[in-house]
Design a protein around this ligand. Structure first.
Ligand SMILES: NC(=O)c1ccc[n+]([C@@H]2O[C@H](COP(=O)([O-])OP(=O)(O)OC[C@H]3O[C@@H](n4cnc5c(N)ncnc54)[C@H](OP(=O)(O)O)[C@@H]3O)[C@@H](O)[C@H]2O)c1
Length: 246
């Protein structure tokens, strides 16, 4: 079975592609840059899409342009090209709570979900919580500052590799529409996760909890981005930190 993976070079895409290939699938990675096993193109312009989709059975759409806000237009472009190419299964990764949390990126992800549901292409949509690596990135992105800024919200992070494994199962199964949300094995405060990271890295920066107010922060504080316990994932955040931060 030939699978086209958008975002196959990203943090979720890399372990997913590795698992799909290990399972014997013919995997094409759609990327803006050249490399082995990749087909080049761009989801914003649509360049390279028709050629990349030729003979493809399943599309696994993991690409995101996050802050740029282009995801909805890119997803619609990919859906149109997939319909034209006769794709049999369209699999999408979304985020827990995108239907109820007004955070701008989540609204865009929800628009992508709706476009997929209304496209007529047999599809599967999986919503996951924040990856462990994403929490670590929130801190590493501030490495040049003498302090760390963060929101005081609860999180239920999951290992990206566990999301990848679930996606591989879904790609190998029949289209199932919206499947149950997945998250990690524990709920913790983001500020405590940051403390765990600092302890492992041997840093002692002051952490400032941002004084945020409004509907978005209320949605995060009330936990609309967490699917509840027991979680699907097995690896705790502390175990991830031990594995990765040395
Ligand atoms: N990070 C999280 O905690 C989290 C949690 C739940 C769900 N998700 C979802 O998981 C997905 C993957 O997230 P990630 O953190 O792995 O993303 P990432 O590491 O930022 O990777 C983004 C990917 O998108 C591709 N891309 C960006 N613009 C493109 C364009 N114009 N044309 C073609 N490809 C383009 C990039 O490919 P090239 O640079 O090779 O072109 C790259 O592989 C996203 O849909 C995200 O919303 C993430």
């Amino acid at each position: 079975m030939t699978i086209l993976v958008t975002g196959g070079t990203g943090s979720l895409g890399r372990p997913t592609v590795e698992l799909l290939r290990a399972a014997g699938n013919d995997v094409r990675v759609f990327s803006r840059t050249r490399g082995p096993g990749r087909v080049t193109g761009n989801l914003t312009s649509g360049e390279g899409l028709a050629e990349a989709l030729d003979g493809v059975h399943t599309v696994l759409h993991l690409a995101t342009s996050a802050a740029s806000g282009k995801d909805a237009a890119q997803t619609r472009r990919l859906l149109d090209a997939s319909l034209a190419a006769g794709v049999a299964h369209f699999v999408y990764i979304s985020i827990v709570g995108v239907d109820v949390n007004p955070y701008p990126y989540y609204r865009i992800k929800f628009a992508c979900e709706r476009a997929i549901s209304e496209s007529g292409i047999p599809h599967t949509i999986l919503r996951a919580t924040q990856f462990h690596s994403f929490l670590a990135m929130l801190v590493s992105a501030q490495r040049r500052f003498p302090f760390i800024l963060a929101a005081d919200i609860p999180v239920q992070p999951i290992a990206g590799e566990e999301v990848a494994a679930r996606l591989v199962e879904l790609v190998g199964a029949a289209p199932a529409g919206a499947v149950p949300d997945i998250g990690g094995p524990e709920q913790l405060r983001l500020l405590d996760a940051i403390a765990t990271l600092q302890a492992a890295a041997g840093t002692h920066k002051r952490v400032w909890a941002l004084p945020l107010a409004g509907r978005t922060i209320r949605a995060f504080r009330s936990g609309t981005h967490m699917p509840g316990l027991p979680g699907f994932g097995r690896e705790t955040f502390a175990e991830y930190v031990q594995r990765v931060v040395r």
